[in-house]
Design a protein. Structure first.
Length: 303
């Protein structure tokens, strides 16, 4: 029996907190890689309820994690004892001039297109990046000359460590290449963006160009988590892996994409163990050939 199932108090309160409980849910259904064992998911429909729920879990020593869109996540096959919190999508964006307040659970593509319809651009290169705005913010997602940190001006965040919610003005040192200074138990609630005035037609043309590049260079029709490794300073992880002839290399059902060597695809019912073994092989080959230790870009969840 899961920790949450034994905590009848929180289960009975979920309806009052406008939340739903998905007990023993396979996380493979909630990750773009399609792997991951079981965990209890609590999906919240009202971000204002986050402090109450987290306070209850903390008071009863129930561990928890936050799940966004699962697009940059590798979950262990054994599953997790933690309660996995997920914000439901549905709240509307708020626009005031060039500033836009977007719920963090909104998918990045939806946010970009909704803003484009109001003639607000500047994020076109990110339109094909899967996942939520909160997840993109946590990783400072970037593509084709755009990084999400470039347009973020404020973040409403719940701090799991203190139980406090605050709105933070963003600072330049908060965003770095594929990482930010937010703590792992920070829950992004909403994000304020500052965008550029641009005609809708021009934004759509830019989106079309970026999507053409992405289709030509990435395995977008297969189960992936995007780039598996961060680029070392001044180097391309994908190029190094390609030059080493690793495209098409497989472990179990996991295969290095023939289209982009820094992508692992789940081609034949891969397990998380398959993917982790393949990642180790890729790291070892690069270390031996180049003397460089590749750093994970994908987030790995283990029990």
């Amino acid at each position: 029996m899961s920790l949450l199932a034994r905590d009848r108090g929180v289960v009975e309160r979920l309806a009052a907190w406008d939340a739903e409980w998905l007990p023993g849910e396979r996380l493979s259904r909630h990750t773009s890689l399609g792997v991951g064992g079981q965990a209890d998911i609590v999906r919240l429909h009202d971000a204002r309820r986050v402090p109450e729920l987290v306070a209850h879990l903390e008071a009863h020593d129930v561990p928890w994690r936050i799940l966004g869109g699962g697009s940059n996540l590798l979950v262990a096959d054994e599953g997790l004892p933690d309660v996995v919190l997920q914000m439901a999508r549905g709240e509307e964006i708020e626009i005031a001039g060039n500033r836009v307040v977007v719920p963090a659970a909104t998918t990045l593509g939806t946010a970009i297109l909704d803003c484009a319809k109001r003639n607000l651009g500047g994020m076109e290169g990110l339109v094909g990046v899967p996942g939520t705005l909160g997840g993109a913010l946590r990783m400072n997602a970037g593509a084709y000359g755009n990084e999400i940190g470039d347009v973020v001006r404020a973040v409403s965040v719940f701090h799991g460590a203190t139980g406090l919610t605050e709105t933070l003005d963003t600072e330049s040192d908060r965003f770095q290449y594929r990482r930010t200074s937010f703590a792992c138990d920070d829950i992004m609630l909403s994000v304020t963006l500052e965008l550029l005035d641009c005609p809708y037609a021009q934004i759509l043309e830019r989106i079309k160009q970026c999507n053409q590049k992405r289709r030509a260079a990435q395995p977008i029709q297969e189960k992936t988590a995007g780039c598996i490794f961060r680029n070392p300073p001044g180097r391309s992880a994908g190029k190094m892996l390609d030059d080493l002839g690793l495209k098409g290399t497989g472990v179990g059902g996991a295969v290095v994409s023939e289209r982009h060597a820094n992508f692992i695809v789940n081609r034949d019912h891969a397990t998380a163990a398959d993917i982790l073994k393949l990642m180790d092989l890729m790291r070892e080959r690069v270390l031996k050939a180049y003397g460089l230790e590749l750093e994970d870009e994908v987030i790995v969840w283990k029990a």
